[in-house]
Design a protein around this ligand. Structure first.
Ligand SMILES: [Fe+2]
Ligand SMILES: [Fe+2]
Length: 145
C-alpha cells in the first residue's frame, strides 16, 4: 500500500533537510576547492527541493512539516558517520551512503500511485538532481581511493 500524498511529500521534505545537513557537515571536511564548490551546490539543491516541495504542499492546502533539529530518519546513521569521519575521503564515503539512501527514497516515491501529476513531475525533477549527486560522489571516490 502506497503512502498518501501528504505523507509521501512530507517524508521527502524531511529527507531533503537531512540530506542538506549531511552535506553541510561533509563540507567542513572537504578541502579540495573545486570539490568543495560542487558539493556546496548539492547542499543548495537539497534546500531547493525542500522549498519546492513545501510550496507544493501549501498549494494543495496542506501544511509542510516543521524543521526538526535532530536527524532521525533514513539518514541518521550516515549523518553520524559523516560527523565522526576524519578527512575528506571518510566524509565522502559516508556522503555516498547517504546519497544512495536519498536516491532510493526518491525512486520509491516515484512508484507511489497516489501522487498527483504535479507532485510526480516535481519529484522526477528532483530525482534527476539526486542521480547527478550520486554519480559525482562515486566519480570522486573512484579517483580518490
Ligand atoms: Fe534532494
Ligand atoms: Fe542528493
Amino acid at each position: 500500500m502506497s503512502k498518501n500524498i501528504v505523507d509521501e511529500v512530507s517524508g521527502l521534505i524531511k529527507l531533503d533537510w537531512d540530506a542538506a545537513e549531511c552535506y553541510d557537515r561533509a563540507l567542513e571536511k572537504i578541502e579540495t576547492p573545486d570539490m568543495h564548490r560542487t558539493i556546496a551546490t548539492f547542499a543548495d539543491d537539497h534546500r531547493r527541493h525542500v522549498d519546492r516541495l513545501s510550496e507544493y504542499m501549501v498549494s494543495i492546502g496542506e501544511t509542510p512539516p516543521e524543521r526538526s533539529k535532530d536527524i532521525k530518519g533514513h539518514l541518521m546513521e550516515s549523518y553520524a558517520a559523516i560527523r565522526s569521519a576524519t578527512g575528506e575521503v571518510g566524509a565522502l564515503k559516508s556522503l555516498h551512503t547517504s546519497e544512495k539512501m536519498t536516491n532510493k527514497e526518491y525512486r520509491k516515491a516515484l512508484e507511489n500511485e497516489n501522487l498527483a501529476e504535479e507532485a510526480h513531475a516535481i519529484i522526477m525533477d528532483h530525482y534527476e538532481d539526486e542521480k547527478r549527486h550520486l554519480m559525482y560522489v562515486e566519480e570522486v571516490l573512484h579517483t580518490k581511493v
